[in-house]
Design a protein. Structure first.
Length: 548
């Protein structure tokens, strides 16, 4: 039995007619009819009452705009040229992969959820899709047989076409890594890239695979990607990856490219292999003399309307003179001070527990000074603890009792915080660049970090959830997800060129709300379709989309 459902999104109420059906044995809500927000719902009721019409509407704006970009680039033709052509249920392999990409951008989910999503859009009408045939088995067969080298060739061909069609620059590119946990069983020996390692989402109990990604600094356009084992560290992968830049980056000219990357990739071997210019963070523990520079010597520089305290100098690092820029952040200072406070509290608890054991005659703890000194050293093993704590082993002359005296040296604590906290070091070989330009370029690296955050939630451009359990399927899945992200990035760039300023994902939300309505007279078979009434923002955006 159908029921009227109200859903509130960002404070706005939307109405739908919902019917519950069993799909694969599970009750699943199916949208029979979508009425829009409260105002639109009321207007439709009055129109239906007055004009005797039956209405049906579908989400239209996001899929229409992304397909327009895909058609302009000739994505399907590129994929047909590289992958072995095959057709299932009247749908080509290239179109199936493009549909996966669109789902990952607009409504991330499993292939089992594809039918319910695509039926809520105008795609079946626009592309004449055999929706009932687009099952998870269909997509599995279309993804099958594509190898890693073909995916790299397809990625490179798409990027080359983008640079021929749109105005993207590669003078500044960013490299970063992340990993994705999976639910791949430990018994699954068909998946070698899923390994246990340090997971950035704290799921160290699960197998994970890693992704290295290079993007443009402008707009965060993915240029090339590499999927690898989840137990490899960044430094090892960085050395292998920079060798691919010559082959993968369009019109590769190392003298004209500046690579921005995080400090986790740093070692002497990697720096020697670099051909491009670079800007990266660097551990201050490797340049401890820089801690001695007083904050009073730092100067204020405005970068993107934010004031940054910095100090610039030239120093030899690993046999070469490099430009060094120290920065100070009060927010970082506060965070590090809070962490220090937690470590002190933890050490105090450990000392109390140790003294309780020493005072318990039934305890089996060794009470020799050497054994106790070893335990004290372990308690103070965290950074700065041995400097901040003053300790002493107190023992009765007759040896009847022993305990550890400890005291937090507040003076030393203040010295540690003042000298070490809130500071960060950037190094570069761009000696002719101004300090503000170096800082601005490095800080814009968050474009790739935002991409990684987006790929780990279920709103837009998500790589997770992934329901594939072999290396081959995981690689194709990520290729499709990054293809969707690429289309969304180009769309965002083109819309911004026309003065429509918003984030990439807000843009997709606005487009999603643009719907096409099918109208059928009750007394005839004649059907027409029109766009629903749009507000000013939707109208402005839709006008821009028509010019792309």
């Amino acid at each position: 039995m159908a029921s009227l459902q109200r859903k509130t999104v960002k404070g706005i109420e939307y109405w739908s007619l919902i019917e519950s059906k069993r799909i694969n044995g599970k009750p699943t809500p199916i949208v029979i009819e979508y009425f829009g927000n409260t105002k639109s719902f009321a207007e439709k009721l009055m129109k239906d009452r007055n004009e005797n019409k039956i209405l049906k509407s579908y989400s239209h704006g996001d899929t229409y705009a992304l397909m327009k970009i895909a058609e302009h680039l000739g994505i399907e033709q590129i994929l047909d040229n590289i992958f072995t052509p095959q057709t299932r249920s009247g749908v080509t392999r290239s179109k199936s992969l493009l549909l996966i990409a669109l789902q990952s951008v607009c409504n991330p989910g499993s292939k089992k959820e594809f039918e319910s999503w695509v039926c809520s859009t105008t795609l079946p009408h626009e592309l004449n899709l055999p929706v009932k045939s687009l099952t998870s088995q269909h997509f599995w067969e279309q993804m099958d047989g594509i190898v890693e080298t073909e995916l790299a060739r397809a990625e490179d061909a798409i990027v080359q076409k983008i640079f021929e069609t749109y105005n993207f620059e590669i003078e500044k590119i960013a490299l970063d890594y992340t990993n994705y946990f999976s639910y791949i069983s430990s018994d699954n020996d068909r998946c070698e890239i899923a390994q246990r390692g340090h997971n950035k989402q704290k799921r160290n109990d699960l197998r994970q695979y890693s992704l290295a990604l290079i993007t443009t600094k402008e707009s965060g356009l993915p240029l090339c990607s590499h999927i690898y084992e989840g137990n490899k560290n960044d430094q090892t992968e960085f050395y292998e990856y920079i060798k691919l830049l010559k082959e993968r980056i369009p019109d590769y000219d190392p003298a004209a490219i500046t690579l921005i990357f995080d400090g986790g990739s740093n070692n002497k071997k990697n720096f020697e292999a670099l051909e491009t210019h670079y800007i990266c963070s660097f551990s201050l523990n490797s340049c401890k003399n820089l801690y001695d520079i007083e904050l009073s010597e730092y100067t204020d520089i405005t970068v993107n309307e934010k004031v940054i305290r910095s100090y610039r100098l030239t120093q030899e690092i690993w046999g070469k003179e490099r430009e060094c820029i120290l920065t100070y952040s009060h927010a970082l200072y506060v965070g590090q001070l809070n962490e220090l406070t937690r470590d002190i509290a933890s050490a105090i608890c450990s000392f109390k527990e140790l003294n309780e054991q020493l005072g318990n005659p039934r305890s089996k703890i060794q009470k020799s000074k050497e054994a106790i000194q070893t335990k004290i050293k372990k308690i103070l093993s965290k950074k700065y603890m041995d400097t901040i704590f003053d300790t002493r082993i107190n023992e009765q002359e007759d040896g009847s009792s022993i305990h550890v005296g400890y005291l937090v040296n507040e003076t030393n604590k203040e010295k540690v915080a003042h000298k070490y906290f809130g500071k960060k070091l950037l190094i570069t070989d761009q000696k002719d660049w101004s300090t503000s330009e170096i800082l601005r370029t490095y800080r814009e690296q968050d474009c790739i970090e935002k991409i990684f955050r987006a790929t780990k939630n279920n709103d837009h451009c998500a790589i997770r959830p992934q329901f594939h359990y072999t290396d081959q399927k995981i690689r194709v899945h990520i290729f499709c997800c990054l293809l969707g992200l690429t289309l969304a990035t180009i769309l965002h760039k083109e819309v911004r060129k026309h003065g429509f300023e918003c984030s990439k994902f807000h843009l997709l939300d606005v487009l999603f709300s643009i719907r096409r309505c099918w109208i059928k007279d009750k007394n005839s078979n004649k059907t027409t379709n029109v766009l629903e009434t749009m507000d000013d923002t939707q109208t402005t955006l839709w006008t821009i989309i028509q010019t792309l």
